[in-house]
Design a protein around this ligand. Sequence first.
Ligand SMILES: [Zn+2]
Length: 83
Amino acid sequence: MPADEEPAATCPHCGHPFRSEHARDLHVGERHDPTPAERERYEAALETERDDLWLFHAKAVVALGVTYAATVILYMVVLGSFF
Ligand SMILES: [Zn+2]
C-alpha cells in the first residue's frame, strides 16, 4: 500500500499495515497463531468474503442470463424479418 496512506489497521503480531480491519483479520488468521478473539474475527472475515463471492457469482449469472435473452430476442427479430 502507498506510504502516504494512513493504515486502517495494523497486525498486532508483525506490525504490517492494512487498508482495512477486514484484511488485517484475514492476515492474522492465516499468517499467525490467532488468539480465540482473533480467530473469531478471522472467521467473520471469511464469512464476509464468501458473501462477496456469492454476490459476484449471482451478478455474473444474471449478466449471462440477460446476454442470452438478448441474443435469443435478436435472433427472433432477425429470423422474423426473413420469414
Ligand atoms: Zn502479521
